[in-house]
Ligand binder design. Structure first.
Ligand code: SF4
Ligand code: SF4
Length: 119
C-alpha cells in the first residue's frame, strides 16, 4: 500500500532533477569552476605557470602585442592549461597581474577556447 502511495505522490510532484546542460544550477560568486583565460589581457609573465601547485600550466608560443599599464608589450608566450588535471585551487587567478586567468562559474570542462585551454 505504501509503495502505491509513493508512486502516486511521485506522479503528482515536480521532478527533482534538471535538464542539464540546458538548465543550470545557480552558483555562488566564489565558485571555483573551470579555468578560463582572456588571451587579450595576458602579458605572458609566466606567474600562473610558476605558482600552479599541480604543474598543469605550461607556457607555449603565443606572440602578441599587449597593452599593460599604458605600455605596449611584445608578448612571446601564453599559458596553456591541462584542464582536467587542474585542482581548481585558484592560485593562478590570485597571482595573475592582469586578471587574464580566472576560474569561471562553469562546471564542465567543455568549451570553445581550445587554443587556450586543453584537456
Ligand atoms: S586553479 Fe590551481 S591547479 Fe588549476 S591551473 Fe590554476 S593554479 Fe593550477
Ligand atoms: S595569465 Fe596572467 S599570470 Fe599567466 S602569463 Fe598571462 S598575465 Fe601572466
Amino acid at each position: 500500500m505504501s509503495v502505491l502511495l509513493e508512486m502516486i505522490q511521485n506522479l503528482l510532484s515536480r521532478p527533482v532533477t534538471i535538464l542539464y546542460p540546458r538548465e543550470k544550477v545557480p552558483v555562488p560568486d566564489t565558485f571555483r569552476g573551470r579555468v578560463a583565460i582572456s588571451d587579450d589581457k595576458c602579458i605572458g609573465c609566466s606567474k600562473c605557470s610558476l605558482i600552479c601547485p599541480a604543474q598543469v600550466i605550461r607556457m607555449i608560443e603565443g606572440p602578441r602585442d599587449v597593452e599593460f599599464k599604458g605600455k605596449n608589450i611584445a608578448r612571446k608566450k601564453r599559458p596553456q592549461v591541462k584542464l582536467f588535471q587542474c585542482i581548481r585551487c585558484g592560485l593562478c587567478e590570485r597571482h595573475c597581474p592582469t586578471g587574464a586567468i580566472h576560474l569561471a562559474p562553469e562546471f564542465g570542462g567543455s568549451g570553445t577556447d581550445r587554443e587556450v585551454v586543453i584537456t
